[in-house]
Write a protein that binds this ligand. Structure first.
Ligand SMILES: *Cc1c(COP(=O)(O)O)cnc(C)c1O
Length: 480
């Protein structure tokens, strides 16, 4: 059994085993003609259930053969140009190389004595990101497991910085299309979900600052405390970017912490063409960035950045077995002092490998390409009478719905769109997302693959229309 340990004596086995796995995946990638096979959970479950975990196969070649059946064959492949659903990106090869290195060395980034250079690399990337944002000389931050955790940590810091004697008085302001992790965080932080004041958006799905000002005013009048305003730089559905500078001015006036959720829009930090769309982000007290969304990094790779490093002390706890207080005086760089996690992956290495290989411009150009593609998609949809498209994209999503010529019942149109999405998924020809706008069902393209073409989008729209028409045809038959 020791032959399975990754160590000096087994270096050759490690090389062979991992190479075999890489070869399988490479062959798979080269052969995927659809993003998904369309298998259902019911059809797949028995294959996994029938496996007896107490009877190991003994060697990894056999396990890889089995994995083909239970996972690889039917996985959802984000690198396929017709995967257009969620905020998942195809990943860049230098980052995957980083992933292989970081798992094998297995550094843990909580303390210096478990990571050494890893800590310094992470710190340099935090500084790099903070500088791109423009947070100033006192900025700091830490890598996290994802945007949800970054938002939670940012709001924790905001809560601790808020001047109040009771949690009940705290209010958080976020737009009606902000990410659900804002409410979840409020709940986890003991404020309750109702502490989140939902600010309406304008026609372009950007927070209405007049409404925000009114809500902040009311908060003050009611003797409540505006703990934080969460501005979203790239909403999950529409990619809309809240007016950051105006929100910053209101935060300043009302003494609220400004958090910018740039989980999606952070790609613009590297953009060659569109960086100005997130101007004003530099005013933030804290920023969420998800490199695993718009920097083409494998899950997970994320960070929370703060303007004032001292605020991270609210995440600092000391333990004799890990990071005793004296280490602070000794200036030993323990990242756990800034993090909600303890044992923590060296995810930063993936971004490091990426920047050292391609440079920021290389990443930024890929993101610019998908933003341009979204504009082409918008033109396509706007010119197509079969579809209604919601907003002109500021990043790379398109929210739209099929509108049949002959049907006016809104519930029937909803059902046709829901059916089309499901039927498309079941066919595996393409994967698209769905959401609701003003209570009605819509479909969504999230474009994060520069390999997707206008022709791909046109073909998927035809497929959607075909499925929706089929549904409506059958629906007519059922009625008659
Ligand atoms: C995806 C997303 C999040 C959550 O990020 P995870 O990495 O999925 O936890 C938060 N905010 C916005 C705007 C997002 O799009």
């Amino acid at each position: 059994m020791r032959s399975h340990l990754l160590n000096d004596t087994n270096a050759e086995r490690y090389r062979r085993t991992v190479t075999e796995g890489v070869e399988r995946v490479a062959a798979k990638l080269a052969a995927t003609d659809r993003p998904f096979t369309g298998i259902t959970a019911d059809a797949l479950a028995p294959r996994i259930e029938s496996i007896d975990l107490d009877r190991p196969l003994g060697d990894t070649t056999a396990v890889l053969d089995e994995l083909e059946e239970v996972y690889l064959r039917d996985a959802v492949y984000f690198h396929h140009p017709r995967y257009l659903a969620h905020l998942n990106c195809p990943v860049v090869i230098p980052a995957v190389l980083g992933e292989a290195v970081l798992s094998a060395v297995n550094s843990s980034l909580d303390t210096w004595d478990q990571s050494a250079g890893g800590t310094l690399i992470e710190r340099k990337l935090v500084d790099w990101t903070a500088a791109r944002i423009g947070l100033g000389p006192a900025a700091d931050g830490v890598f996290t497991s994802g945007g949800s955790q970054s938002n939670l940590q940012a709001l924790l810091l905001a809560r601790e910085e808020a001047k109040t004697d009771s949690l009940e008085k705290l209010r958080v302001f976020a737009s009606e299309v902000s990410h659900f992790s804002v409410k979840k965080s409020a709940q986890l932080l003991g404020l309750g979900q109702d502490a989140v004041v939902c600010v309406p958006v304008d026609h372009d799905k950007r927070m209405q600052t007049v409404a925000l000002a009114r809500e902040l005013e009311r908060c003050a009048q009611d003797g409540l405390v505006p703990m934080a305003v969460v501005a979203t730089a790239g909403t999950t559905d529409f990619g809309s970017i809240d007016p950051l500078s105006e929100i910053a001015a209101l935060c300043e006036r009302f003494g609220a912490w400004m958090h910018v959720d740039a989980a999606y829009g952070c790609g613009l930090l590297a953009s060659v063409k569109y960086r100005d769309r997130i101007d004003g982000i530099e005013h933030a007290d804290s920023v969420t960035v998800d490199y695993h969304k718009s920097f083409f990094q494998p899950v997970s790779s994320s960070a929370v950045l703060v303007k004032d490093a001292a605020t991270l002390r609210h995440a600092t706890y000391h333990a004799e077995y890990l990071n005793p207080r004296r280490m602070v005086q000794e200036r030993i760089p323990n990242q756990v002092d800034k993090s909600l996690q303890t044992t923590r992956r060296f995810d930063a290495l993936k971004l490091w490998m990426t920047l050292r290989t391609m440079g920021a411009d290389g990443i930024g150009r890929l993101f610019d390409e998908v933003c341009d593609l979204a504009v082409e998609g918008w033109k396509l949809l706007a010119a197509d009478p079969r579809f209604d498209v919601v907003v002109e994209p500021s990043l790379s999503t398109l929210v739209f719905r099929y509108i049949p010529r002959a049907v006016t019942d809104p519930a029937e149109i909803d059902r046709a769109n829901l059916y089309a999405r499901k039927a498309l998924f079941a066919s595996g020809d393409a994967v698209v997302a769905g959401t609701k706008v003003s209570g009605r069902h819509y479909l969504k393209f999230t474009l994060l693959n520069p390999e997707t073409t206008v022709d791909d989008m046109a073909a998927v729209l035809d497929l959607i229309a075909g499925h929706a028409e089929q549904y409506l045809g059958e629906s007519l038959d059922r009625a008659s």
